[in-house]
Design a protein around this ligand. Structure first.
Ligand code: ATP
Ligand code: MG
Length: 603
């Protein structure tokens, strides 16, 4: 990760405490590492593990990463970095049906973009769970041999009924007492493709009366005659997630396997299965331990993959990387920063209690990081002409504007000035309301980084619309020249020279949903009515405007970020920009305008 602070400078949390206690106690000190994931005997033959701890981020490559994943990524990679460890990027690709290389590539990009690295002096740590399929089958056969697993041939329906309920114990399957030989024979025939999908499953033999339903003989293998994006048609059986995941962790020497709270009830099975396989001599001890934290929930977005897929497939947004999407590809196009996500992760912390974080917390983190790094530029988003009647038609001169008022080291840049300028439409009124200090007839205003002008009036078209504003230039008022500050003016407006301006499409993005909890029941909703989260989409979340920008913005490279003075933070779109013709997306406004003006899509 990009230079994060020393561990002691960071806010501590319960996971940091656990890691610190383990390091102090030497819990994982005896682990050995053969240089790559491997079974127990192979690891034992290796050198002492050079990584003090190993964590992992294990996405399933069945979609794009979202803001919730960012929390998990920064947590896992952050812990490893801070405690002399390594974090693995592991594709949890054990489900053949929904996974795709496109997602694998996008995930690698997104994790890198966040500033995280899976390289370690002892090697690259990028893995695929599907590489462990062979071991998983070997372990399953060992479990069968030791009497810890059996092939069940009940129908899915019967299995469901016999599982019992929270208050009622389950019933043993009539196949539960099959001999190890018979189980092994059946499991081998399942593997060779002899049986139809769903006709048999392999189950762990634990306890059908266990109060924790996850211990009532969970299924560990099912038949699926599906092609897998990496292993092709080699396998006819695929492991269940709850069986595969602990094994993946153990083969990779993971010390702290961190997941979200909904897996808490799975922990007993996680430990059970690893202990049994280790007893068979196939895994090295100490075994990995699972720890749970609460997932990120954020207002004004949805973070469920299923709903994100729906938004894309039904074209409510322009793809996964639509800047309004809470995906990392979307955030990147939006102009959000990796540093902003790091700040956010630090600020929200890690706990075990469920919470809902307000979107403004994330937006503030983006604002803060952008404020520090983004050079200032001038943009007129709703242009109207300002004509300076006492300036000759062909007059041109340069004014100077600081690139970053708080960081003088970033220098200044020239901006051309001429007789006709673009200004914001809202910076002129014929009759000023109280407290309005910008242009109105008779008023003096400073053109920022330029001259003081005195407004003389405006031109209108037949319909009464203002088409141009007129003013007179005060020649001795140029910013930075001696005596220029003798003009005392209250109004200060921005402008670009019309002749030099870069006319450009600017996309003003706003929150995708108009309410904090899309799809949630609201006061007054009839009992039993399900709200459709799509009904809560913000109709004003995207607006494209024809803006006039200062000429230097024409040279912006894709992903260059700027503050457009008085407006907010903008980025040159990485997809639609062409050399010499960037288009810009608004990342965030300068201040949180949403609380005062929800859903209005402030300009
Ligand atoms: P699915 O519903 O498809 O399982 P998922 O969001 O859990 O989706 P995974 O690819 O399985 O996607 O997630 C990878 C990792 O990211 C997991 O370890 C998961 O715990 C973590 N993760 C997912 N969503 C969140 C979230 N909202 N907050 C924190 N961590 C999350
Ligand atoms: Mg998941």
């Amino acid at each position: 990760m990009a230079d994060s602070a020393a561990p002691e400078a960071k806010t501590s949390n319960f996971l940091r405490h656990i890691v610190e206690a383990d390091l102090a106690a030497g819990t994982h000190a005896s682990r050995r590492w053969c240089g790559h994931p491997g079974a127990g005997p192979e690891q034992q033959a290796g050198a002492p593990d050079p990584a003090k701890i190993r964590t992992r981020f294990p996405p399933e490559p069945n979609g794009y990463l979202h803001f919730g994943h960012a929390k998990s990524i920064l947590l896992n990679f952050g812990l490893a970095k801070d405690y002399g460890g390594v974090c693995h990027l592991r594709f949890d690709d054990t489900n053949p049906e929904k996974e795709d290389q496109e997602y694998v590539d996008a995930i690698i990009d997104a994790v890198h973009w966040l500033g995280c690295s899976w390289s370690h002096e002892a090697g690259e740590n990028l893995y695929h769970a599907s590489d462990y399929f062979g071991f998983m089958i070997q372990a399953a056969e060992a479990l069968i041999g030791a009497g810890h697993a059996y092939v069940d041939s009940q129908t899915a329906e019967a299995m469901r009924t016999n599982r019992g309920t929270l208050t009622e114990r389950g019933k043993d399957s009539p196949y539960r007492t099959r001999s190890a030989e018979e189980n092994l024979d059946l499991f081998r025939r399942m593997q060779s493709g002899e049986f139809a999908d769903g006709s048999h499953v392999l189950r762990a033999r634990i306890d059908m009366a266990a109060p924790n339903m996850n211990l009532r003989d969970p299924v560990i293998y099912r038949i699926r005659k599906a092609s897998h994006h990496r292993t092709g048609d080699r396998y006819c059986v695929y492991p269940m997630y709850t069986y595969a995941h602990p094994i993946e962790d153990a083969l990779e020497n993971i010390t702290h396997s961190i997941c979200t709270l909904e897996f808490e009830d799975q922990r007993p099975f996680y430990d059970w299965i690893l202990e049994r396989i280790a007893d068979c001599g196939l895994l090295a001890r100490p075994l990995p331990r699972q720890y749970e934290f609460s997932r990120l929930n954020l207002t004004y977005v949805v973070l469920s993959k299923r709903r994100l897929i729906q938004l894309v497939e039904e074209k409510h947004v322009d793809g996964w990387d639509d800047p309004r999407m809470p995906t990392l590809v979307g955030a990147r196009r939006r102009g959000f920063t990796p540093e902003g996500f790091q700040l956010f992760a630090e600020r929200i912390g890690v706990t075990k209690s469920d919470s809902l974080i307000d979107m403004s917390v994330l937006e503030d983190c983006m604002r803060e990081t952008l404020n520090e790094s983004a050079p200032r530029r001038i943009a007129v988003l709703d242009p109207v002409k300002l004509i300076l009647d006492n300036v000759p038609e062909d007059h041109e001169e340069l004014c100077e504007a600081p690139n970053h008022p708080q960081q003088p080291a970033l220098g200044k840049r020239p901006i051309p000035f001429s007789r006709e300028l673009w200004i914001e439409r809202e910076d002129f009124v014929e009759t000023p309301p109280k407290g309005y200090f910008r242009l109105f007839p008779g008023n003096l205003v400073r053109l920022r980084y330029g001259f003081v002008v005195k407004c003389s009036g405006c031109d209108k078209d037949a319909a009464g619309n203002i088409v141009a504003v007129h003013a007179e230039l005060m020649p001795d008022s140029k910013s930075g020249t001696p005596g220029s500050d003798s003009y005392k003016v209250k109004g200060n407006i921005h402008w670009v020279s019309a002749r030099h301006a870069y006319p450009c499409d600017v996309r003003l993005y706003d929150r995708l949903f108009a309410v904090p909890a899309p799809g949630a029941r609201r006061e007054g909703d009839a009992e039993g009515i399900e709200r459709d989260f799509l009904a809560d989409l913000n109709p004003n979340s995207k607006q494209i405007i024809a803006a006039q920008l200062e000429p230097s913005l024409k040279d912006a490279a894709p992903e260059d970020r700027f503050q457009f003075e008085r407006h907010g933070y903008f980025v040159a779109d990485r997809k639609d920009s062409r050399p010499g013709a960037p288009v810009f997306n608004r990342a965030v406004t300068l201040r949180d305008s949403w609380a005062a003006n929800p859903g209005k899509g402030k300009k």
